[in-house]
Each structure stands twice: as structure tokens, then as C-alpha cells.
Design a protein around this ligand. Structure first.
Ligand code: NDP
Ligand code: GDR
Length: 373
């Protein structure tokens, strides 16, 4: 019999890759999507199945992590073998603007889902994955970070995720549930939300290269992150629910780079060499050379990157570096896509999209460019 999975956050970056992975493994996949005034299923449209056709394997339910009766009804109707709790207000900077909402969705939302499993008497049958995060380490206490490194969260997002981490452990210990945390370090892809720094960079520079924009404004370019590819990371999310015993794992590449490196490599993927001048808020990225025909909008000397303090956070996580050795030893997991290859994939994707936009503009169509914060 095919297994049944329920994914919260199926319309997000990870949810879309995980749904693909589970469908390929023969699962029936149920996803919770939020009601929005516009369609919000772009990332899963390619795997959407018409419910009028016989035996669809992808099913979408309206729901929200703030709504416990709705979650209980969905879990009761679906009776999943596996639940992947990926839904979240996932933007760290936004969590400073919306701390209470973030706590509600990311912290209490996890409790609501676990409690629905318990109230329905499903603790013995359901396996539960919680999308935990390297943001838990915040002000890091040890480098690299492992499964035993102490947490020191630095944002309302991270504090909410800390609650979610421990409530997952608590349901495991209290009710013997198969419930575990993947402590995932940053992972990116062409499907990454446009306001996270990597996608903001690849999309922003692609627009600038084609003359659709003139400058990319960033915050802290000294921040260091351990970046992997989302496609690799969702495989591990699935693996964590296939073990004999539930256990929490760090998921990372073990390599660290700065935001500035990411900018430089993205420019290089467009044939543009950048030089950085100045310090602090005065720092700028200047075009040194342009090679090839991907960036017809640029000339040496153009200033294409500037620092805007509005993107600084009230408390910053300066450095994160994960140690994935336990996942490798226990599960045989290894990332397959290197960071430079991922940058090229993201830039290529965003350059193609920008080229289509430029073409439409050239032919007189007015295409609004949405602001990437
Ligand atoms: P995204 O922001 O791309 O996706 C978040 C998903 O959660 C979207 O489907 C979103 O719906 C949904 N969502 C938001 N609010 C609610 C709510 N109130 N109720 C139900 N669903 C909601 O995140 P990612 O895919 O990048 O990340 C997946 C999970 O992993 C998140 O929990 C994130 O915090 C965590 N994580 C991510 C890491 C990363 O580097 N990507 C690293 C570590 C952890 P909608 O599409 O309608 O907005
Ligand atoms: P992060 O990702 O906060 O690590 O959370 P993000 O890409 O937002 O920031 C990474 C680093 O880049 C710095 N930065 C900027 N960030 C954004 N968004 N915009 C900018 O203009 C900018 N300039 C510099 C940030 O200050 C930060 O240091 C992500 C999310 O996916 C979380 O849900 C997840 O838990 C963690 O990764 C692991």
C-alpha cells in the first residue's frame, strides 16, 4: 500500500521539492495551502493533478497553522503515515516586525499539529518531522555546530523555532511518538523566496545585467553562512522518518562563505567581475570588467551594489557553520550540489526570467518589477 504524507508549507521552496520527492517514491501526498487573494501554488503547479481525474496522488487542503480545529480535521481525514511540518513565517528579518504572529505560527503551530495527532490517538502510527533551523545556534557557542551545540537564538523567529524544537522532543519523550528535528542550515534554489539574500542577489544582478534595474541594496555582507541546495536537503528530511528510531540531525555542507562571496560569484556567473571598495555602510560593489554577452546593461565603473542599513537586523547571526558528519555516518547522506554550481543554476534561472521581462518591455508591455526586500 502506498504511504500517505501530509506536508504543511507545501507551497514553499522545501515543500515543493519534498512533494516531488515523495510522489516519485510512490506516496500519496497531501498538502496544506493557505487561502490567499491570488494564486500561491506556482511552485507546485507542475505537479498539480486535476482532482476530477481518477486517482490523483497530490491533494491540497486549505488550512493554517494558527487554526487548530482545521489542522485536527485535516489530520483526522488524511490519517497520514508521515507529517512534515515545513509551514512557517520563515523570514528572520520579518519576525522582528511580526514577532507575535511568528511565535503563533512557528512555535504554537507546531504544538497544534502535534496535539492534533495526540488527540486523534495517532501517536503510535504517525511519524513527525519538524523543520528546525541553524538559527537556533544564533550567537554561536561552538564551531562547527553539531547536534549537541548549545542554542542561543537571536530573533523572534529563532525563539519560536526553539519552542518548536523542544515541543517535538517533548512529544517524543512523553508519548513515545516518532518525532524528530532536522536542524537545517541555509538551503537555496531557483525556488527560494525572492526576499532571502541569495535569491535577492541572483535576481537583482540578473535584472541589473539586462538594464532592468541599476543597483542592488543589501544589508550585512560580512554575514557567513553554510549554504546547500534545497533539493539535497529534502531527501534528508524524508530519510529522517525512515529510521528505526527517531533522532535529531544537523543538515549542512560543512562549508562557509560570506554574503559578499555570494554576490561576487553571482556576478561572475553573468560574466561580470566586481570589486568591493569602502567599508561599512560606505561599501560599494563596482564593475571591473564585463565578459560575454549576458550583461549588456553594464560597463566598467558602474556601481551595482550598495549597503542600505534598513536591511540590518536588530540582532544579527554573524556566522553559521554546520557539521553534517552524524548524518553522513548514520544515514550515508552527503550533499550532491556544491555552492558554486548552485549559484550558477540560480543565476541562469533568474537571467532567463529577466530576459523574458526585458523582451516584453522592449515590445511595449508594462511589466511591474516587484521590490525585493
Ligand atoms: P518558505 O518560506 O519558502 O515556505 C514556507 C511555507 O509555509 C509556505 O508554503 C507558506 O505558505 C507556509 N506558511 C506560512 N505561514 C503559514 C501559516 N500560518 N500556516 C500554514 N502555512 C504557512 O520556506 P522554506 O521552504 O525555505 O522552508 C521550509 C521550512 O524550513 C520553514 O519552516 C523554515 O522556517 C525552515 N527552514 C528553512 C531553511 C532554509 O534555508 N530554507 C533552513 C532551516 C529551516 P505561502 O506559500 O502561502 O506563503
Ligand atoms: P537567514 O537568511 O536569515 O539566514 O534565514 P537570509 O537569506 O534572509 O539572510 C542571510 C544573511 O544575509 C544577510 N543579509 C541579508 N538578508 C536579506 N534577507 N536581505 C538582504 O538584503 C541582506 N543583506 C544581508 C542577513 O543579515 C543574514 O545574515 C534563512 C531562512 O530560510 C530561515 O527560515 C532559516 O531558518 C535559516 O535561513 C537557516
Amino acid at each position: 500500500m502506498a504511504k500517505t504524507a501530509l506536508i504543511t508549507g507545501i507551497t514553499g521552496q522545501d515543500g515543493s521539492y519534498l512533494a516531488e520527492h515523495l510522489l516519485a517514491k510512490g506516496y500519496d501526498v497531501h498538502g496544506i495551502k493557505r487561502r490567499a487573494s491570488m494564486l500561491n501554488t506556482q511552485r507546485i503547479d507542475h505537479i498539480y493533478e486535476d482532482p476530477h481525474e481518477p486517482d490523483p496522488r497530490l491533494h491540497l487542503h486549505y488550512g493554517d497553522l494558527t487554526d487548530s480545529s482545521n489542522l485536527t480535521r485535516i489530520v483526522g481525514d488524511v490519517r497520514p503515515d508521515e507529517i512534515y511540518n515545513l509551514g512557517a513565517q520563515s523570514h528572520v528579518a520579518v519576525s522582528f516586525e511580526q514577532p507575535e504572529y511568528t511565535a503563533d505560527v512557528d512555535g504554537l503551530g507546531t504544538l497544534r499539529l502535534l496535539e492534533s495527532v495526540r488527540l486523534l490517538g495517532l501517536t503510535d502510527t504517525v511519524r513527525f518531522y519538524q523543520a528546525s533551523t541553524s538559527e537556533l545556534y544564533g550567537l554561536v557557542q561552538e564551531t562547527p555546530q553539531t547536534e549537541t551545540t548549545p542554542f542561543y537564538p537571536r530573533s523572534p523567529y529563532a525563539v519560536a523555532k526553539l519552542y518548536a524544537y523542544w515541543i517535538t522532543v517533548n512529544y517524543r519523550e512523553s508519548y513515545g511518538m516518532y518525532a524528530c528535528n532536522g536542524i537545517l542550515f541555509n538551503h537555496e534554489s531557483p525556488r527560494r523566496g525572492e526576499t532571502f539574500v541569495t535569491r535577492k542577489i541572483t535576481r537583482g544582478l540578473a535584472h541589473i545585467a539586462l538594464g532592468l534595474d541599476s543597483c542592488l541594496y543589501l544589508g550585512n555582507m560580512d554575514a557567513l553562512r553554510d549554504w546547500g541546495h534545497a533539493k539535497d536537503y529534502v531527501v534528508l528530511q524524508w530519510m529522517l522518518l525512515q529510521q528505526d528510531q527517531p533522532k535529531d540531525y544537523v543538515i549542512a555542507t560543512g562549508e562557509q562563505h560570506s554574503v559578499r562571496d555570494f554576490v561576487r560569484w553571482s556576478a561572475e556567473a553573468l560574466g561580470v567581475t566586481l570589486r568591493f571598495e569602502g567599508v561599512g555602510v560606505e561599501e560599494v560593489g563596482v564593475v571591473e570588467a564585463v565578459d560575454g554577452d549576458l550583461a549588456p546593461g553594464l560597463r566598467p565603473g558602474d556601481v551595482v551594489v550598495r549597503v542600505d542599513p534598513r536591511y540590518f537586523r536588530p540582532a544579527e547571526v554573524e556566522t553559521l557553520l554546520g557539521d553534517p558528519r552524524l548524518a553522513e555516518a548514520d544515514l550515508g547522506w552527503k550533499p550532491t550540489v556544491g555552492v558554486r554550481e548552485m549559484v550558477r543554476e540560480m543565476v541562469e534561472h533568474d537571467h532567463d526570467a529577466a530576459r523574458r521581462t526585458a523582451l516584453l518591455k522592449q515590445h511595449g508591455f508594462d511589466v511591474p518589477l516587484t521590490a525585493g526586500e
